[in-house]
Design a protein around this ligand. Structure first.
Ligand code: UD2
Ligand code: MN
Length: 479
């Protein structure tokens, strides 16, 4: 049976009088046998009033029978008021349980510690500086009730960090990412809205979640292997859980009738055990290695230095096995079905590679490189200039030979810097893919050059004016 939550709570709707949210959502029905939830809030050195505001908004604005408990995980805060003082204060609220971690776990492992003591049917994670709005919880639990593999997120509104006021945000925003896995928001294209007749109450399919605020069936969270426990401190865990959910049979949605305000801060009010940027990059590299398949080239292609991190990202065996065990789909499937508007060209450039001076094309035959009359139908003339700057045909790459000035063909290896080329102009500083192929690992600038007499290619000292050193791919995917 379904009931109208808004009618049960006339007292609350008063706050939303005149607000578009209230009127839009007030006729929405939910089941009367919703699962209950444990609320998990991790914090480190949170401001007292902000933490209390977060907890009170949950207590005041959720039907009591749906909140099994509120678990506050103190991630080894340094502030004295967050210890005994907090314990004593919260004694008045029997639903609140506090876990003081003896050492700093970082957000990701702190959430797991909270989840491990949770007893609710559903886990609802929140940051420690939020304000849950009226009627926020029921629509989240409703989606999990409909399908236990649905992960539901509220619309995240903005609490002003200067005056703590609450500001509403636009509808129809999806969580997305751009390379190298930066989280962002993007409106649903208008054609999509029209085509699927999406109204402002409909759940919004979300390629990735922001990370902080979501409800997930507790058992399902464990079936999914929770978060990768090898992720450190903060960052990237939202990508990991998002890919995992989608690729392994679940769904992520933003529920417009559920609204929670959040204080966005420019700075983290806590220290990072290691460098912040490095920590996030390391986490993202773990995610890329486990989930992105061949698309991890795009990830590394947008941040070369991340490749250097590969030695210190830790063991991935368990995560890879988990993916196999859960029979998760490919990243290609994820792109096709969940995030088709992701900008993910297969390479930086593709097709034949034509020499400007001779009008001839590179060709790979019997493992050696030569120049031939250009022919679009000949497979031997088809190359990729990959995201990792290799000139590649299937598994073979064109590279400088050990022998001076000679060019050879080697098995491609993304980690081998000796195979990389810079495709660029020698006369402009603009970063455009054009003209020369400069050997990346060379003290003196050395360039790929057509040799006129025998239809061969060689390496020579770069010269901006030498047309024999200028090349053009058929098609460029990036500038
Ligand atoms: C976003 C997410 C956040 C998390 C983060 C990392 C939202 C609104 N926020 O950044 O939940 O997913 O991205 O990817 O989606 N904390 C600890 N221990 C730590 C560090 C943080 O307990 O070592 C707590 C912190 O007090 C807060 C929560 O974890 O309650 C998230 O941290 P944040 O608020 O600094 O992250 P945020 O909102 O910038
Ligand atoms: Mn936050």
């Amino acid at each position: 049976m379904v009931v109208n939550v808004w009618e049960q709570k006339l007292l609350y709707t008063r706050h939303l009088k005149g607000s578009p949210v209230g009127s839009r959502c007030s006729d929405q029905m939910v089941h009367n046998d919703l699962p209950h939830t444990s609320i998990i809030m991790c914090f480190v050195d949170e401001v007292w009033s902000t933490l209390i505001r977060s907890v009170f908004s949950v207590l005041n604005r959720s039907p009591p029978h749906l909140v099994k408990e509120i678990i506050l995980v103190d991630d080894s805060s340094t502030k004295a008021y967050l210890k005994e003082n907090l314990d004593n204060f919260m004694k008045k609220f029997p639903k609140v349980r506090i876990l003081h971690l003896k050492e700093r776990h970082g957000l990701i492992r702190a959430r797991l510690a909270g989840a491990n003591m949770a007893t609710g049917d559903v886990l609802t994670f929140l940051d420690s500086h939020v304000e849950c709005n009226v009627g926020w919880l029921e629509p989240l639990l409703e989606q999990v009730r409909i399908n236990r593999k649905k992960v539901s997120c509220p619309v995240i509104e903005v609490i002003n960090d200067k005056d703590m006021s609450y500001m509403t945000v636009d509808n129809f925003q999806r969580g997305i990412f751009t390379w190298p896995m930066n989280f962002g928001w993007k409106p649903i294209p208008t054609e999509e809205l029209k085509k699927h007749k999406i109204t402002d109450k409909d759940p919004i399919r979300c390629p990735v979640m922001a990370g902080g605020l979501f409800s997930i069936d507790r058992k399902y969270f464990y079936e999914l292997g929770t978060y990768d426990p090898g992720l450190d401190v903060w960052g990237g865990e939202n990508m990991e859980i998002s890919f995992k959910v989608w690729m392994c049979g679940g769904e992520i949605e933003i529920i417009p009738c559920s609204r929670v305000g959040h204080i966005f801060r420019n700075d983290n009010p806590y220290s990072f055990p290691k460098d912040r940027v490095k920590t996030v990059e390391r986490n993202l590299a773990r995610v890329a290695e486990v989930w992105l398949d061949e698309y991890k080239e795009l990830f590394y292609g947008h941040g070369y230095h991340l490749l250097q991190e590969l030695n210190n990202i830790g063991d991935l065996t368990e995560q890879k096995e988990l993916r196999k065990r859960l029979q998760c789909k490919s990243f290609q499937w994820y792109i096709d079905h969940v995030y088709p508007d992701l900008d993910a060209p297969p390479a930086r450039a593709q097709g034949r590679v034509k020499n400007i001076a001779l009008g001839k094309c590179l060709s790979l035959r019997n493992s050696s490189v030569s120049l031939e009359s250009c022919d679009a139908g000949v497979q031997n003339q088809q190359f990729n200039f990959t995201w990792l700057r290799l000139i590649r045909q299937k598994d073979l790459c064109i590279s400088p030979a050990d022998v001076k000035n000679q060019v050879t063909v080697s098995p491609c290896d993304n980690l081998n810097g000796d195979l990389r080329w810079l495709h660029k102009s020698l006369t402009t500083f603009q970063p455009v893919l054009t003209d020369h192929f400069v050997v990346e690992n060379s003290k003196q600038p050395m360039c790929l050059e057509a040799e006129t007499s025998h239809g061969l290619v060689q390496i020579n000292v770069c010269s901006p004016t030498n047309q024999l050193q200028k090349w053009r791919f058929d098609k460029y995917f990036t500038p």
